[in-house]
Design a protein around this ligand. Structure first.
Ligand code: DGI
Ligand code: FE
Ligand code: FE
Ligand code: FE
Length: 187
């Protein structure tokens, strides 16, 4: 699958603003891949596909999770967490994306997880720091991504956990596992 094929797949499913976000994530992911010695082509494809399922009806996302033995506990958490695992499954089944690392990057782009691969970390950070994002702490994470990708991922995880806690929201365990893993690895 090349860039244009990936774009053709996702474009009909995204609003213009989300499509623009997707292209910015792809740009940032390519830069991070180049800087960190990852495959630029894989980073670009994973980024273009990452929010494919963002606007699928919730019943469809629920069905994809249930019918494919994805973790059932996802359904106990915020539905915002469903579109990554669902996209992972659809690109595998409908679009023949065979590369496990690309698919895992899509799967974990919202929550993160422990022991993220380089490609997973790149997509996780690119989604967080793309130039259209403007939440508190993003500028620090952006600057950190220039020199230390894992430290930038750690900052994104810490900020997200702090934000969710401040809003009295639940935090999916993989997000804690990702944070703990990087806290240990970076100390
Ligand atoms: O799809 P995007 O908007 O580009 O970004 P995303 O897929 O990273 O979604 C991030 C949103 O998910 C963010 O606003 C926080 C929300 N969220 C809800 N529960 C959790 C969560 N994010 C994480 N990392 N962990 C959660 O448990
Ligand atoms: Fe997303
Ligand atoms: Fe994200
Ligand atoms: Fe995104």
């Amino acid at each position: 699958m090349n860039r244009d094929e990936a774009i053709e797949i996702v474009k009909p499913h995204l609003k213009q603003t989300r499509f623009d976000h997707t292209l910015r994530v792809a740009d940032v992911a390519k830069q991070l891949a180049e800087k960190n010695g990852a495959s630029i082509e894989k980073a670009e494809i994973a980024a273009i596909l990452h929010d494919y399922a963002k606007y699928f009806p919730l019943e469809d996302l629920r069905g994809i999770i249930q019918d494919n033995d994805l973790p059932a506990d996802l359904l106990d958490y915020h539905h915002e967490l469903w579109h990554g695992p669902a996209a992972y499954m659809i690109v595998k089944q409908k679009h023949g994306v065979a590369d496990q690392d690309i698919r895992n990057a899509i799967y974990y782009h919202t929550t993160g997880r422990a022991d993220m691969s380089l490609l997973e970390t790149i997509l996780f950070v690119a989604d967080y720091i793309e130039p259209g994002r403007s939440f508190p702490g993003v500028e620090e994470a952006r600057e950190m991504a220039e020199t230390d990708l894992n430290q930038a991922a750690w900052m994104a995880l810490r900020n997200t956990i702090q934000f969710l806690v401040s809003q009295h929201k639940t935090v999916y365990p993989d997000t804690f596992y990702a944070y703990n893993d990087l806290t240990i690895r970076l100390s």
